[in-house]
Ligand binder design. Structure first.
Ligand SMILES: Cc1ncc(C[n+]2csc(CCOP(=O)(O)OP(=O)(O)O)c2C)c(N)n1
Ligand SMILES: [Mg+2]
Length: 334
């Protein structure tokens, strides 16, 4: 991971309530995914899981600036986006267990989650598939004169898809309120960006469409928070689209728990450096040093999150499976 070209941001002013909210969102993603990872080998979750461990600051920091009426579109690495936007944890876990109570009624699995009431408009496993959806939603917001924005999360691999360029072009042409949030973890499955791209500074791609953009250290929650505030405000105030590239570490393999083949595809320097940066640890250190939250408040948040995670798994495991006869239900609109 390189921080080269990352824009500097002054530390944002965080109230105790905002800091608690931000920490809760990051911890919820972390603890839920650690539990998924722990129980996945039991083979009761019959869905591939793309874990976003290490990437929590981006989902949480961006969604901190969104309202319920703002729309989030997401990809296969969906859990963080869904939870940070306020999707139900119970329904997410039930979805992984393919239960009728899941957010997609057990038919979608981890890559196809949705929480319409919370403003999560769905995730798509088609890489870059959600970019035109987000532009369409933003165009609708503009036509309906709503003060809402659409945010599309996409990976570095998705930036290689033609449809992303078409989406940026149309968004810029129509000046629609959309923010493209690129999560550059430097890998598409197990191919490093250096073997795929002549120019790995993805924020520069926005320049071709006169879209403002910056590259940001995605492991630093304060920088994520400050940069997302600017990008979202830009779109919301009618100035058109914005592209933010967050550079990140994906802590696990592309799909599934652990990273058993790391030595086969990660560079020796990367393996040696290990995962020294932890966005949640950095955030906790900051809020304690700055006197924004106290140890005891952090401990309370932590145990509340743990309790909710435990509850969600019990809910999921005790929920009914869909009726086999309903297999084709929801495939077509009546
Ligand atoms: C159109 C399309 N091509 C290929 C795939 C197979 N595929 C699934 S995830 C993935 C890698 C995506 O990498 P990136 O966009 O960087 O996201 P990350 O997994 O790093 O979060 C690929 C190639 C797919 N799902 N859709
Ligand atoms: Mg990637």
């Amino acid at each position: 991971m390189t921080n080269k070209d990352c824009a500097p941001f002054p530390n944002p002013e965080l109230t105790a309530a905002a800091a608690a909210d931000f920490l809760t969102r990051m911890l919820m993603i972390r603890r839920a995914e650690l539990k998924i990872e722990e129980l996945y080998p039991l083979e009761q979750m019959k869905t591939p899981v793309h874990l976003s461990l290490g990437q929590e600051a981006v989902s949480a920091g961006v969604c901190m600036h969104l309202n319920r009426d703002d729309a989030v579109f997401s990809n296969h690495r969906s859990h963080g986006h869904y939870l940070a936007k306020g999707g139900s944890l119970k329904e997410l876990i039930a979805e992984l267990y393919c239960r009728e109570t899941g957010c997609s009624k057990g038919r979608g699995g981890s890559m196809h989650v949705i929480a319409k009431d919370a403003g999560h408009w769905g995730s798509s496993s088609i890489v870059a598939g959600a970019t035109p959806h987000a532009v369409g939603a933003a165009l609708a917001f503009q036509m309906q004169k709503k003060n809402a924005v659409a945010v599309c999360f996409l990976g570095d691999g998705a930036c290689e898809q033609g449809v992303f360029f078409e989406s940026m072009n149309w968004a810029a042409l129509k000046k629609v309120p959309v923010v493209f949030v690129i999560e550059n973890n430097f890998y598409s499955v197990s191919s490093h960006i250096s073997v795929r791209e002549v120019n790995e500074f993805l924020y520069k791609r926005a320049w071709a469409f006169d879209i403002p953009s910056f590259r940001v250290d995605g492991m630093n929650p304060l920088d994520v928070y400050a940069s997302a505030a600017e990008a979202v405000e830009h779109a919301r105030s009618g100035k058109g689209p914005f592209v933010v590239e967050y550079v990140l570490q994906r802590w696990r393999m592309h799909v599934g728990p652990g990273d058993p083949n790391a030595a086969l595809y990660r560079a020796p320097e990367e393996l040696q450096a290990g995962y020294q940066r932890d966005p949640i640890k950095e955030f906790v250190e900051h809020v304690l040093t700055a006197g924004i939250l106290k140890e005891q408040e952090i401990a309370q948040i932590s145990s509340r999150v743990d309790g909710e995670v435990e509850e969600a798994f019990v809910f999921a495991q005790n929920s009914p499976l869909p009726d086999g006869g309903d297999l084709a239900k929801f495939l077509f609109v009546d």
